[in-house]
Write a protein that binds this ligand. Sequence first.
Ligand SMILES: Cc1cc2nc3c(=O)[nH]c(=O)nc-3n(C[C@H](O)[C@H](O)[C@H](O)COP(=O)(O)OP(=O)(O)OC[C@H]3O[C@@H](n4cnc5c(N)ncnc54)[C@H](O)[C@@H]3O)c2cc1C
Length: 246
Amino acid sequence: MIQRPTRPQRRGPLGSEEQARAMQRLYTSEVMAIEDVAPGVRRIALARPPDLTWQPGQAMAVETPNEGVRLCRFSIALAPEVPGPIELFVDVRGAGPCSRYMGQLERGQVLRFWAPVGSFVFEGAPAAPLAFVACGLGVAALRPMMQRLFRHRLLYPVRLHHFVDSPEQQLFRKEFVREVFSRENFDYEVLFDIPVTHYLYGRYVGGTSERNWNFYLCGPAPAVSQATELLRDAGYAPHALHAEEW
Ligand SMILES: Cc1cc2nc3c(=O)[nH]c(=O)nc-3n(C[C@H](O)[C@H](O)[C@H](O)COP(=O)(O)OP(=O)(O)OC[C@H]3O[C@@H](n4cnc5c(N)ncnc54)[C@H](O)[C@@H]3O)c2cc1C
């Protein structure tokens, strides 16, 4: 059952960009399905409120009753133009309040969440090569960007580098492999056992004098911030670097 957003609308408390904040509303939505998709990772499907809008890359802030009202941010892992329920991919292994709350959810439960949240947004295909750098579950925020990109022919090279701890953590592998075989200009690789900065140094810094790539990076903070710093220090323009640190 889809529930309509709560009215009257209140302005949301999260989001670093004025425009994103102005769009934020409080919604309620039923949990339609819960599925274990990788060790410790759960796909949570939510009924889509009909007037919810968001941009690829944005998140929602789920209210949890754990310690008062606490807001937990999760990327909306679906481009808005793709039909179906809203999908979240959540690491439920942690002992923190967000992991615990999401790990205890059951089908039929109603969530309250603010959306859309954040200014990490896909700005469209640049007239330049584009690399997506996903650290672990950060791929959940990058997937909608690629869904949007794949609606068109790729005029410039696009790469997805997905850094994971183990082979089981390769979310969306089938989808990405299908795109590799069905279109030109898309490369996909899954990387184990190599620090993100070591790999990016070899591929985009020391190994080449070109600085024409654009980047979208997402995932846990230390890896993403170090990678962004490496690329910036190597001479990539600030406007070519888009990063979301969790
Ligand atoms: C924009 C954005 C998008 C995100 N998208 C996703 C996503 O798609 N999927 C995903 O899995 N994650 C995502 N995250 C990360 C997610 O929001 C949480 O940070 C993550 O779930 C861990 O939060 P936590 O509160 O459970 O744990 P922690 O961050 O480890 O803990 C938070 C606080 O709780 C305290 N704490 C920890 N353990 C306990 C305990 N046992 N008892 C009491 N207090 C404790 C800590 O000291 C800390 O102060 C995203 C984050 C951001 C910013």
